[in-house]
Design a protein around this ligand. Structure first.
Ligand code: UDP
Length: 478
């Protein structure tokens, strides 16, 4: 009888990576996988101390609810190398440094313990950003799957960093500014649309070191799972497939968020349903800059004044560390009084629940990949304000390629007048029509991909068959 697949799944310890990893675990377990999900102590602590507690009891296993429905998802936690109470947002580089140098040895210890304890683990699925995944997989003879939670275009640009260097588009003092037109499967792209890390001249930062390492690592993986949709990026995916088996299986988003089976939020969720219920359909702008990026105080104030000038109703997620975790009240003084009942300001929410409310008509977003997929799913057009990393490249896909949103500003310094103007442009019945129509179509593509015999459905089946083959090959005698 074929050996059952038992996969260890390691997410990158950030909200935007934990969310798709949790839903991937559920997807795989529904297909018969045994999954051991490894969270860091810090992520576990954030989730469980913020989640609603049934009967006041602390949750010690975030998957306990889904396990009751028969899914074999086991759960454990490890250190990321820093104390749980350490302020990772304020000390970003130290956190990244710990993920670069220390985290993988803690994960390796768990894997070694499982193997020594006789558990028949045969597969490692690690977020591509997890440094050293191929080394651990090789050491314990595990099939090695790299899980890429961003767009295939972003993967491909990183994957071809050597080509970018060779052509003088990356890693030089005076890089070329003409379009990049030689990456296989990627149509000519302006260097300004590449990820922020590829645009920096100083490539010695800790995040650069991580990116360099993981893209050496990923070349040794058996395959890549990507949270995108084949129809969105088919040429890029086809070209990548000539290098490594690359499966697009997205969108991996919480489609059944209402029953709250697995808590994932790192902050307590505020519920704004009652307030939204009082607003006309499509009239409210949802504003959020995700879980990780910081906004400068100057930009935050311009956005606040622009929102105020626009006269549009809005829900604004002002994360406690949006400017910095040591700036508790970064909004302009008098702003809350000025907007009164027209705006709701909250620290965090269940984003899918808000986006799927009929009152929401637009999303002012930092262009995080999950946010884009979730917004498409809810047919909410986007107002784009990318801050860093892949968000810059995602903006291009949303505005230039798919036309499901518009730019908030293309200038270095955002101005309140253009914030107000573009909010009105997106939200107005007439000028917002193009984005609304386009997003309906794109949602259709996405639904089809997930449906029976859709591209993501088929790719998932091919991926599973491939893993089964690799597992059998590895356990059969030479
Ligand atoms: N999110 C949420 N509540 C909020 C803001 C964000 O649940 O108030 C979730 C959102 O649904 C998404 C994730 O956090 O799944 C953010 O990921 P994304 O890739 O959009 O951005 P990142 O945080 O990685 O920059």
């Amino acid at each position: 009888m074929a050996e059952k697949i038992h996969a260890i799944l390691v997410p990158h310890p950030f909200q935007g990576h934990v969310n798709p990893a949790v839903h991937l675990a559920i997807k795989l377990a529904s297909q018969g996988f045994i999954v051991t999900f490894i969270n860091t102590h810090y992520i576990h602590h954030q989730i469980t101390s913020k989640a609603p507690r049934p009967n006041g009891a602390l949750v010690d296993d975030i998957f306990a609810g889904v396990r009751k429905s028969g899914l074999d998802i086991r759960y454990t936690t490890v250190s990321d190398g820093l104390p749980v109470g350490f302020d990772r947002s304020l000390n970003h580089d130290q956190y990244q440094s710990s993920l670069l140098h220390v985290f993988s040895s803690h994960v390796e210890e768990v894997v070694a313990r499982m193997v020594a304890g006789g558990e028949k683990v045969n597969t490692l699925i690690a977020d591509t950003f997890f440094v050293g995944h191929s080394k651990i997989a090789r050491k314990f003879r595990l099939v090695c799957i790299s899980f890429w939670t961003e767009a295939a275009l972003v993967f491909s640009l990183y994957y071809h960093m050597d080509l970018l260097r060779l052509h003088g588009h990356f890693g030089c003092q005076d890089c070329r500014e003409d379009p990049i037109d030689y990456i296989p499967g990627v149509k000519a792209i302006d260097p300004k649309d590449t990820m922020s890390y590829l645009q920096e001249t100083d490539t010695s930062s800790v995040v650069h070191q991580i990116i360099f390492k993981i893209f050496e690592d990923v070349k040794l993986a058996d395959s890549v799972l990507c949270n995108t949709i084949q129809e969105f990026e088919s040429d890029t995916i086809t070209a990548l497939n000539t290098k490594i088996p690359f499966y697009s299986i997205g969108p991996i988003i919480p489609l059944r968020f209402n029953n709250g089976t697995v808590a994932t939020s790192l902050w307590s969720e505020s519920d704004c349903t009652q307030w939204l219920n009082t607003k006309p359909n499509g009239s409210v702008l949802y504003v959020s800059f995700g879980s990780y990026a910081h906004v400068s105080k100057t930009d935050l104030h311009e956005i606040a004044h622009g929102l105020s000038m626009s006269k549009v109703s809005f829900v604004w997620v002002v994360r406690p560390d949006i400017v910095s975790s040591d700036d508790a009240d970064p909004l302009p003084s008098g702003f809350k009084e000025e907007i009164g009942e027209r705006g709701m300001i909250i620290p965090w929410c269940c984003q899918m629940m808000v986006l799927s409310h009929p009152a929401i008509g637009g999303f002012l977003t930092h262009c995080g990949w999950n946010s884009i997929l979730e917004s498409i799913w809810c047919k909410v057009p986007l107002l784009c304000f990318p801050l860093l990393t892949d968000q810059v490249t995602n903006r291009k896909l949303v505005v230039d390629d798919w036309k499901i949103g518009i730019d908030l500003s293309r200038r270095k310094l955002v101005r309140k007048e253009e914030v107000a103007k573009n909010i009105e442009r997106l939200m107005s019945e007439k000028s917002g029509r193009e984005s609304r129509e386009a997003i309906k179509k794109v949602k259709g593509t996405l639904e089809k991909a997930l449906g029976p015999q859709g591209s993501s459905d088929k790719n998932m089946e091919n991926f599973i068959n491939n893993v089964k083959r690799l597992v059998c090959k590895d356990v059969s005698p030479p």
